[in-house]
Ligand binder design. Structure first.
Ligand code: MN3
Length: 203
């Protein structure tokens, strides 16, 4: 039987302050992400039951819950990894990194890339995610957005890093000003992990 688990964070809830407060991170990880994991496991259990009974109607019915909660679990698991406390190198952009050079090549400059990702993420309608991804076909970096918890990989694009722009990720501190949260989150991006993810996909 499948049994997905809430992943532990590599930092404490207070470690991303002041960008993300301890209260925000605890609710986001321990409540929201945990709920996706629980509901994913429940939906999969029901799915396996339905499969045993050859109940195709029930199996189709359950797919939306699997997609939503499974996507929530997968996307958040990436999100926690690509963040780091400032004291542990969060926001420390390294110009010698391959991913930095690729960003400059594919977007003209790092500043242009940042502006574009910020504006696309800020204008996601409703809930969703902003992404830097790698398109394997033309071997270039792309900025994309997804609705809800849709997976970037479902479009054939490898996820390098993401910004959660659901209201639950910023509302406690930034209220309705999503753009301010997005501007701040660059200060806690884990560029070493982002570099590792980029290198893994290009080699
Ligand atoms: Mn979230």
């Amino acid at each position: 039987m499948s049994n997905y688990q809430l992943p532990d964070l590599k930092y404490d809830y207070g470690d991303l302050e002041p960008i993300i407060t301890a209260e925000m991170l605890e609710i986001h990880h321990n409540k929201h992400h945990r709920a996706y994991v629980i509901k994913l496991n429940e939906a999969l259990e029901k799915y396996h039951e339905a499969e045993k009974k050859k109940d195709a109607e029930k199996m189709v019915e359950l797919q939306s819950a699997i997609k939503f909660n499974g996507g929530g679990h997968i996307n958040h698991s990436i999100f926690w990894q690509i963040l780091a406390p400032i004291k542990d190198g969060g926001g420390d952009l390294k110009k010698e990194h391959s991913v930095y050079k690729a960003i400059e090549k594919d977007f003209g400059s790092f500043e242009k890339f940042q502006e574009l990702l910020n504006s696309k993420s800020a204008t996601v309608q409703g809930s969703g995610w902003g992404w830097l991804g790698f398109n394997r076909q033309n071997k270039s970096l792309v900025i994309q957005t997804c609705q809800n918890h849709d997976l970037l990989s479902a479009r054939g694009i490898f996820p390098i890093f993401c910004i959660d722009v659901w209201e639950h990720s910023y509302y406690l501190k930034y209220k309705n000003v999503r753009a301010e949260y997005i501007k701040e989150i660059w200060k806690i991006l884990n560029w070493q992990e982002i570099e590792n993810r980029y290198k893994k996909i290009i080699t």
